[in-house]
Ligand binder design. Structure first.
Ligand SMILES: NC(=O)C1=CN([C@@H]2O[C@H](COP(=O)(O)OP(=O)(O)OC[C@H]3O[C@@H](n4cnc5c(N)ncnc54)[C@H](O)[C@@H]3O)[C@@H](O)[C@H]2O)C=CC1
Ligand SMILES: O=C(O)C(=O)Cc1ccc(O)cc1
Length: 366
């Protein structure tokens, strides 16, 4: 693929900003242009060299783009389709990053955009919003689902797949309907569960808010995503309501079953609930499988924000361990910022884990 292609972004928040940064990181010769509704977003993106050209709205400049990414909430992306249509050159790939896919595909087809549109959905991100939280490595090692329009040129699917791989994400081609069913279960329902659980604690708390005070790790782990953007999630839920209701019904039924088991004090059924979930959850890979498996990396808690990186790098260097990369990350897996340290080989990784634990660092291997 040419390395001096042009990519256009319509909206630049957490995800748009991260993809734009990744393109600039891996393709320094590429031109990145963008429009956004807030001038401050564009100024920030120019200042940080995330983009090269800024526009107030979709305009003629987009007709130079080889890729166009729609990066606003789902319904806003759908509303952008007719506006972008006049500016699509023949070999442009038009894509989006929205969390639901069927509605945008239906609108793209109705507008005659099937020769251009390939839906996209990076399975990475966090509860944070805005370009200030974007990072070039956000999509690294994450699945990136592609949903090609029916009849689109296979060359375009190949070209987009190659771009995604080259940004260190893991492309996975799915039908848009399958995408929406799967994400209803593994993403949309969990967000609803997190939000309702947090609201339940709010509504049921004691007068002096003891529940809120003592909320422990488990509660915080499964409710981090309750802090996500209401604007974004309203649009995800309304554009995938049918699938969400169907998994929600199955989930409600499973809760009713547990309720009956509790009332009956059915110890063995309750034991088996946790046994089955533990065994299945433990079988999940915490690292996406694929060609990028061999990343030798650890995460570790920041001990001292100011000199944290320097101290850790010195400890490792004094034992002759070379670092491939080191930096602070705000990763969806961690509540607080952590340090991510990459090594060139497995031996360096193992040695470093041992060494840092000896120095009483909390180290997470992923
Ligand atoms: N947050 C996440 O973890 C993930 C989000 N997505 C999808 O990515 C898309 C963007 O989400 P984020 O970047 O997380 O959100 P964000 O809130 O960080 O960015 C959204 C951007 O859209 C702009 N925007 C919102 N409403 C607008 C409107 N009416 N007109 C013009 N611009 C508008 C905002 O100004 C902002 O720059 C959404 O479609 C979401 O479903 C996909 C994967 C992960
Ligand atoms: O914060 C998290 O763990 C997420 O689940 C982020 C996320 C939000 C929306 C998506 O469509 C995909 C990923």
């Amino acid at each position: 693929m040419n390395t001096d292609f042009t990519a256009g972004f319509v909206a630049l928040g957490l995800i748009g900003g991260s993809i734009a940064r990744a393109i600039k990181h891996f393709y320094p010769d590429a031109t990145v242009l963008a429009c956004a509704r807030r001038r401050e977003t564009l100024d920030y993106a120019l200042k940080e060299h995330i983009i090269d050209e800024a526009y107030d709205d979709i305009c003629e400049a987009f007709s130079r783009c080889d890729f166009i990414f729609l990066c606003a909430p789902v319904e806003v992306n759908i509303a952008s389709l007719p506006k972008i249509k006049p500016f699509l050159k023949t070999d442009c790939i038009l894509t989006d990053v929205g969390s639901t896919k069927t509605d945008i595909h239906e609108r793209a087809a109705a507008l005659g955009l099937s020769d251009w549109f390939i839906g996209g959905h990076p399975m990475a991100g966090s509860e944070k919003t805005g370009i200030e939280h974007s990072q070039w490595a956000l999509i690294e090692n994450a699945y990136y689902i592609l949903t090609p329009s029916a009849g689109i040129a296979p060359e375009k699917v190949t070209r987009y797949t190659k771009l995604v791989s080259s940004l260190n994400a893991l492309p996975l081609v799915l039908d848009c309907k399958e995408h929406d069913y799967v994400t209803a279960a593994i993403s949309h329902l969990p967000h609803i569960i997190a939000a309702t659980l947090v609201n339940l604690v709010h509504d049921e708390d004691t007068p002096n808010e003891t529940m809120r005070t003592v909320a422990a790790g488990g509660f915080k782990d499964i409710t981090r995503i309750a802090s996500s953007s209401p604007d974004m999630w309203e649009q995800i839920c309304t554009t995938n309501a049918g699938n969400i209701v169907s998994v929600l019904d199955a989930y409600t039924e499973s809760l009713q079953k547990v309720r009956a088991q509790l009332l009956a004090k059915d110890s063995s059924a309750i034991h088996s609930l946790f046994e089955r979930s533990r065994d299945y959850r433990n079988s999940f890979s915490d690292r996406s499988s694929g060609p990028l498996k061999k990343v030798y990396m650890l995460y570790c808690d920041m001990v001292d924000e100011a000199g944290g990186i320097a101290t850790l790098a010195t400890i490792l260097a004094s034992s002759g361990i070379s670092l491939r990369n080191i930096g602070i990350v705000h990763n969806r897996e961690f509540e607080e910022a952590v340090l991510r340290v990459e090594f060139y080989d497995e031996e360096s990784l193992k040695k470093s884990v041992e060494l840092l634990r000896r120095y009483r660092y909390t180290v997470y291997e992923r």
